[in-house]
Design a protein around this ligand. Structure first.
Ligand code: G3H
Ligand code: ZN
Length: 277
C-alpha cells in the first residue's frame, strides 16, 4: 500500500467515534514493529517522527523509512512529522514525502500561532499534505522540560480552527508528555466542550500517561488521533535489558533489537484494539 494522509484516516475515525493511534518511532526496528502490530489488527496507523527522530535519522531517511514500510504494508500508513516548531523543518518534511505535518506553535501567542499555521496550511494543502496544529499547551515538552500546561479554551479552539482550517487540532485537557504511569487526570468535561465547539478531529498528546478508560471515552468526544511515545520507549528498552540480563550471552545486535521490538508490536495491538472498541 502507498502512504496515505492524516486527513484520509482521521475523517472516518472522527465520523464514527473511534480513534487512530499515532506512535513515535526512532529507528527502523521500532517503526517496523509498529506497522506489524497494526497489520495484525488490520488497522491504519500513524508513524510519527518527532525532533529527536529527525535529528537521529535525518528528515530524508525518516521519510524513506516510513515510505518503504508503507509500500510493504497491508494497511494504510501515515508519515507524520511530530511537533515541528520551525517552518524550515516542515517544508523539508513535505519535500521528502511526509504526508502529514504538525506545526507546533503552542509556545507562541494565538495570533502568531494562527499566522504561522495558516502559512503551513496553504503550502501543505497545495501539495496534498495534512496539517495538525496545537492550541493551548500540553504539559512537558517532547524533550522533557516543563513548559507549563495551558488548558485549551474552547472559544480559542474555535477561533483557531476557523482561522486556519487545519485537518486535526491538538488540544490540552490535562495530559502531559513523558509520563511513566497512566495517572494523568483529564478534564473530560473540557474535552466534551471543545468537541461541541469545534467540528474537527481532535488530537491527544501525552497519551502514555492516560488511563485506558479515559482514552476510550475521549475517542467518543472527537479525539480521533491518540499520540503514544513514551510507553513504546520503555517497552523497547525493557526488552533489550531483559535479553542482555539473561544467562545466555547474545552477541548479535540484530537478535537483540528484533526481540525487543516484538514487545512493541504487542503494545501497539493493545492500544489499537482499545481505541476502536
Ligand atoms: O507527540 C507525541 C506524543 O504526544 C507522545 O506522548 O510520549 O507522553 O506518550 P507520550
Ligand atoms: Zn506530543
Amino acid at each position: 500500500m502507498a502512504l496515505v494522509t492524516l486527513a484520509e484516516v482521521l475523517n472516518d475515525a472522527y465520523r464514527n467515534g473511534y480513534a487512530v493511534a499515532g506512535f513515535n518511532f526512532y529507528t527502523y526496528e521500532d517503526a517496523s514493529a509498529i506497522v506489524r502490530g497494526a497489520e495484525e489488527l488490520d488497522s491504519p496507523v500513524i508513524l510519527m517522527a518527532s525532533g529527536k527522530a529527525i535529528k537521529h535519522l535525518g528528515v530524508d531517511y525518516a521519510a524513506s523509512t516510513v515510505k518503504v514500510l508503507a509500500e510493504r504494508a497491508s494497511v494504510p500508513v501515515v508519515a507524520h512529522l511530530d511537533h515541528a516548531t520551525d517552518l524550515k523543518t516542515i517544508f523539508q518534511a513535505i519535500k521528502h514525502g511526509f504526508t502529514s505535518v504538525m506545526y507546533d506553535g503552542s509556545m507562541l501567542g494565538i495570533d502568531e500561532n494562527i499566522k504561522n499555521t495558516k502559512l503551513v496550511v496553504s503550502v501543505a494543502r497545495a501539495l496534498g499534505v495534512s496539517v495538525e496544529a496545537e492550541i493551548g499547551r500540553v504539559g512537558m515538552s517532547e524533550e522533557g522540560e516543563d513548559i507549563g500546561e495551558i488548558l485549551t479554551d474552547p472559544d480559542s479552539a474555535s477561533e483557531f480552527y476557523d482561522s486556519t482550517g487545519v485537518d486535526a487540532l491538538a488540544v490540552a485537557i490535562g495530559s502531559a508528555h513523558g509520563m511513566q504511569k497512566q495517572e494523568a487526570s483529564l478534564d473530560l468535561d473540557l474535552a466534551r466542550e471543545i468537541h461541541e465547539s469545534v467540528d474537527v478531529p481532535l488530537v491527544l498528546h501525552g497519551s502514555s500517561g492516560v488511563r485506558d478508560e479515559d482514552l476510550r471515552q475521549i475517542a467518543r468526544y472527537g479525539f480521533a488521533k491518540i499520540n503514544i511515545g513514551t510507553k513504546l520507549k520503555h517497552v523497547f528498552a525493557q526488552g533489550i535489558r531483559d535479553l542482555c540480563n539473561s544467562s545466555t550471552y547474545v552477541p548479535d545486535p540484530l537478535k537483540i533489537v528484533v526481540n525487543a521490538s516484538q514487545e512493541i508490536s504487542h503494545v501497539v495491538k493493545e492500544k489499537i484494539a482499545l481505541l476502536r472498541e
